[in-house]
Design a protein around this ligand. Sequence first.
Ligand code: CAA
Length: 241
Amino acid sequence: MAKVALVTGGSRGIGAAISKGLKEAGYTVAANYAGNDEAANQFKSETGIPVYKWSVADYEACAAGVKQVESDLGPIDVLVNNAGITRDAMFHKMTPQQWQEVISTNLNGVFNMTHPVWNGMRERKYGRVIVISSVNGQKGQMGQVNYSASKAGDLGFVRALAQEGARAGITVNAICPGYIGTDMVRAIDEKVLKERILPQIPVGRLGEPEEIAACVVFLAGDKAAFMTGATLSPNGGQFFS
Ligand code: CAA
């Protein structure tokens, strides 16, 4: 039987490419999303992948969402924690709300989603948890103290949980994408993107969402069984970790 994969933030940007990549690789896929109904419905009709709406920042909603997906599709074998937001501002201008929103989604969201699937994976002695962190969680980024902190937190989460999951056949890994051509990156001021960011990328271009999806498909597969607590860094050479 096909393995079941749940992708958070799975109907747009990198998440949409991950959902499609996993489907092409033979998984039964569910895509979670938080807000954009129009994009989610379009994604569903284009791909045939079912979409489920809840916020990863809300623990109870995550527990209920996981229950729903499992009753529709079967136990979740692969969880891809992809949902993430930015609220960029220089630290001296950053509001407590901008800090909280980013931590709630990007860091608490990873706990909120992984916790409800964890016991099932332990009982079945199989699981793949993949967390989409960021190059900016590795190196830090001006204008993103909140985001960098959340994404660095994700890496600590992965490295600790990998040690707990190992004996239960569960791998837990991170992917740290560099700057990928999605709405999130296109929202950056064009001058900042062209003059400050692109020159820092030796490959000389933004990444493609499919280049991140390929990493996810690898980590989700049986051949990645010996890789856990690891970080893949598809970033065009911007940062070596
Ligand atoms: N790299 C290098 N320099 C940067 C920079 C960056 N990413 N972002 C801003 N700067 C520089 C600016 O060029 C500017 O320099 P000068 O004063 O020499 O001109 C200085 O920092 C201040 O920037 P702004 O004038 O733009 O300040 P602001 O208060 O108007 O705006 C900001 C601040 C909202 C943070 C804006 O600069 C910005 O959006 N920067 C981009 C931040 C960024 O890289 N976000 C990544 C989003 S994509 C993502 O997060 C996905 C991922 O995982 C990689």
